[in-house]
Design a binder for this molecule. Sequence first.
Ligand code: FMN
Length: 166
Amino acid sequence: MSDHSGEAAFNDLVSLLDYPVFVVTTAAGDQLAGCLVGFTSQTSINPPRFLVGMSRKNHTFSVAMKADHLAVHLLPRDELELAELFGGQTGDDTDKFAKCRWHLSPEGVPILDATPAWFVGKITRRFDLGDHVGHLLEPVSGSAPDELGEVITFSDVDHVEAGHEA
Ligand SMILES: Cc1cc2nc3c(=O)[nH]c(=O)nc-3n(C[C@H](O)[C@H](O)[C@H](O)COP(=O)(O)O)c2cc1C
């Protein structure tokens, strides 16, 4: 057990957490983008709202800033390769969408066929969160099975070296 204050204690504390990770996709014009995201939270029940923290340096961020919607995908445990693709590669030099199956939602956002649980959110506000920018989402469409089984969490992907520096 460590007992110290401030940044070091915070870093030690968050390293104890094991939270779900998601693939977040978006589109602007003919540009598609998406990355693995762990900085998320539901922030309101009524109205329903969900916050996604996007690193300013990511390719996905540059597209998301021009987009109206994001799609948030839960990842079933057997979709580790998809998590590795979206977390370990960058759209700066790799077409991730050539390496997986997807279709466009009515809002024009790429939906990954391998994930039965997803929602599309309209970006209602953006917030400066530090080196990440919060995108507050109002869910507008989606799909969720009665049961999904176990989902991919941080501890499943802690071997993945992020495709882009944060
Ligand atoms: C476990 C894990 C969690 C991550 N969480 C986030 C996150 O919350 N927000 C974010 O912007 N990037 C996050 N990343 C980093 C991006 O997924 C990664 O840098 C990706 O390659 C960026 O792709 P892009 O440049 O095509 O957007 C995470 C990566 C990993 C491995």
